[in-house]
Design a protein around this ligand. Sequence first.
Ligand code: PGA
Ligand code: MG
Length: 222
Amino acid sequence: MALDIDGTITDDQRLLHPRAVEAVGRLNSRTTVILVSGNVHCFTRAAAVLLGTSRTFIAENGGVISWGEGEMELLSDPAICQEAYRRLKEVYPLAKKDSRYRITDLVVESNFEIQEAESRLRGWGLEADLVDSGFAVHIKDRKVDKGRALAKVMDRLGLSQEEVAAVGDSISDLPMFRVAGFRAAVANGVPELKAKADYVSGEEFGPGFCEIVDYMVAEEMI
Ligand SMILES: O=C(O)COP(=O)(O)O
Ligand SMILES: [Mg+2]
């Protein structure tokens, strides 16, 4: 299972839900859980350790892949994001967040018109785009997303589409839905994601995620 963190196993304040922790524990005994997050590498790694999930995981919305302990692969060019930030800052009052720990993308506060900024990036011919997870606005390399990184992980681990489920809440999870065979969204997910999901939970956040795991067990998918 490719599993998102914020808004899927946490609440809207990013607090980990105890029932989601229990559900991840159940998954760990049945299958491999790969965290796929917009969070930085060190945060995602700490989550993997605390949840007992695979040390192969995806961070920074696909910009960083951790291949088990010790090997890290960067899929994005940080210079692309830096240049986009520099140009956008000439127009908007951008404020960086947790930049010290970011390796590839940049996170800024949501104090500007994202769609307008994206069309400016395109107009300037830059290779960067923006994605708003509902928790953070990321300036990222356009060729990077959670789905492309997940496809790389599947390839290396020899996993077919039918063997992979993706679970998430935000627009940043949509690219994962293109490569996974089973797609599930929590009820608090964005409409664009829920529209593409095979299963949408009735409950929101952590309890919704538990419901998804219960459904997959009942349907003998795991
Ligand atoms: O970093 C974010 O913006 C949100 O993190 P997520 O991808 O785990 O939901
Ligand atoms: Mg999320």
